[in-house]
Design a binder for this molecule. Structure first.
Ligand code: SAM
Length: 295
């Protein structure tokens, strides 16, 4: 399993130049790519990794075992929106969040995140929670609400047509392939060709964001920072879609206006052409950083 960390050099450079880099919290541990690079780069750093996905915690602990044995690394299974309630998450010099899904989540068919791999239509990042799977959401949610989810979180122009087809489907949509098939049968061929992307891409994105309350978690996380920053800290976000990026941009502006600190990235940093050529999944990344001052 491999996940190429996105905008890693830019992230390391920001941590180096804006913090004492002794204690770093990696709030989206994933496969441990950022954490490993941070531990290698800063000899005396301690990294606390958080992820809401138990597979990610297991995989990273294995990968970073030697650092855990040296008490330089620890992993916690939690949602990052809850960090204000976790005592251990206070007093860090840098907080890093590389949002979205990891390759592990996308590539394991049984997780149900990908329209390219057939598997149960699940999409829950945190499978230990009692939240509903994507398949259950499609079954229990009314047509109007489904259309709103597809439009709000996927910016899908054909949201109403697809929601209608789902609610009138004679068979239950149990798998990723069932959903892809239904979308393909619903949208006329010429329209699909004009979309310039996989016809199911926006619907899958919308369901994933909704099921995992990704924007809600991000808002809760941002709101917790002024409470947990005990001294000056740098906060770094890498976001992959405009919904998340907009939330971060607005909050950073609000903090700056309230004199809580300073925006470091006046314009978001984006991956180099070379990085995009190497790792196409990096193409939509936007990195924003803020220096929060203690009050
Ligand atoms: C893009 S991956 C991170 C990859 C990582 N930087 C690396 O280099 O391996 C995003 C990770 O964030 C996790 N994640 C997403 N939302 C989360 C949340 N609300 N709380 C905790 N972890 C979350 C996902 O489970 C996923 O493992």
């Amino acid at each position: 399993m491999h996940h190429e960390p996105v905008m890693l050099n830019e992230t390391l450079e920001l941590i180096r130049s804006h913090s004492s880099h002794k204690k770093i919290l990696d709030g989206t541990l994933g496969l441990g790519g950022y954490s490993e690079a941070i531990l290698n780069e800063f000899d005396d750093a301690f990294v606390l990794g958080i992820d809401c996905d138990e597979d990610a915690i297991r995989f990273s602990r294995e990968r970073l075992k030697k650092y855990e044995d040296d008490s330089r690394f620890k992993a916690i299974h939690s949602n990052f929106g809850s960090i204000a309630e976790i005592e251990e998450c206070r007093n860090f010099d840098a907080y890093v969040f590389d949002l979205g899904v990891s390759n592990m989540q996308l590539e394991l068919p049984e997780r149900g995140f990908s329209f390219n791999n057939d598997g149960p239509l699940d999409m829950r990042m945190n499978q230990s929670e009692e939240n509903m799977t994507a398949s259950e959401i499609l079954e229990c949610t009314d047509e109007k609400t489904l259309a709103k989810i597809f439009f709000d979180y996927g910016e899908e122009r054909h949201a109403r047509r697809i929601a209608n087809a789902i609610k009138h489907s004679r068979t239950k949509i149990n798998t990723t392939a069932d959903l892809v098939k239904l979308i393909r049968e619903t949208l006329p061929q010429p329209l699909q060709r004009k979309m310039g992307t996989h016809p199911a891409r926006r619907i899958f994105q919308a369901l994933r964001i909704y099921i995992n309350d990704e924007t809600g978690e991000l808002e809760r996380l941002l709101d917790s920072f002024p409470k947990i920053a005990a001294h000056d800290v740098i906060i770094i976000f890498v976001a992959y879609h405009s919904l998340e990026d907009r939330i971060i941009k607005r909050k950073f502006r609000e903090w700056q206006n309230d004199l809580l600190g300073k925006i470091i990235t006046k314009h978001p940093l984006v991956p180099s052409e070379e990085e995009i050529a190497r790792n196409y999944k990096a193409r939509s990344a936007k990195l924003r950083a803020f220096c929060l001052s203690a009050h």
